[in-house]
Write a protein that binds this ligand. Structure first.
Ligand code: GAR
Length: 193
């Protein structure tokens, strides 16, 4: 299964996927391309390290969504990779119907909370402020409503007394780094190309 990873940030989850692949723990999945909407994103540096093509695709004209000319460029770039699965690993843009229709049922997203709790921005901070005793991370299919698509798998992270945004973030990232490669491996064994 050909995997394309989209990310906007440092790329620790993309790194976890690529490390799993190197260790033979990604099932029948193979990362064929990394794309970022930010030319300076850390995720792009993974390309040379792991021997995977990685490049910036211009998302203009919008700042927080992929629509119009930017959406057209992104659809063309991803389509050319013939992906079996498009993985959003810290991709901080809202996807619109045109994009979702082209890759229908093939886009998954990682979110740092136990959805449906705490969707949207700052899922970790939202959980901390709400005082929940357990939070975690979710991998789900992407649909038009943000962070509301069918849940594939979740991992729970207890919130300990004294946890700060920094300590809780570190624990959730560790949970994400285990969860996302495991979900991709499983999907690669079960989803038809
Ligand atoms: C991850 O914690 C992921 O759950 C979050 O961005 C981070 C990316 O980290 N995604 C969202 O908040 C999506 N709404 P990374 O760039 O180190 O993988």
């Amino acid at each position: 299964m050909r995997i394309v990873i989209l990310g906007s940030g440092r790329g620790s989850n993309a790194e976890a996927i690529l490390l799993a692949q190197s260790a033979g723990r990604l099932g029948r999945a193979r990362v064929v391309q990394i794309f970022s909407d930010r030319p300076d994103a850390g995720i792009l540096a993974l390309g040379s390290r792991f021997g995977v093509p990685a490049r910036f695709v211009d998302p203009a004209p919008f700042k927080t969504k992929l629509e119009g000319e930017g959406e057209t460029r992104w659809i063309a770039a991803i389509r050319a990779c013939e992906p079996g699965l498009v993985v959003l690993a810290g991709f901080m843009r809202v996807l619109k119907p045109g994009f979702l229709e082209v890759f229908a049922g093939k886009i998954i997203n990682l979110h740092p909370s136990l959805l449906p709790s705490f969707p949207g921005l700052d899922g970790i901070g939202q959980a901390l402020r709400a005082g929940v005793k357990v939070t975690g991370c979710t991998v789900h299919y992407v649909t038009l409503e943000v962070d509301a698509g069918k849940i594939i798998e979740q991992s729970r992270v207890p919130v300990e007394p004294g946890d700060t945004l920094a300590t809780l973030t570190a624990k959730i990232h560790a949970a994400e780094h285990a969860l996302l490669p495991a979900v991709i491996a499983r999907l690669s064994e079960t989803v038809a190309e």
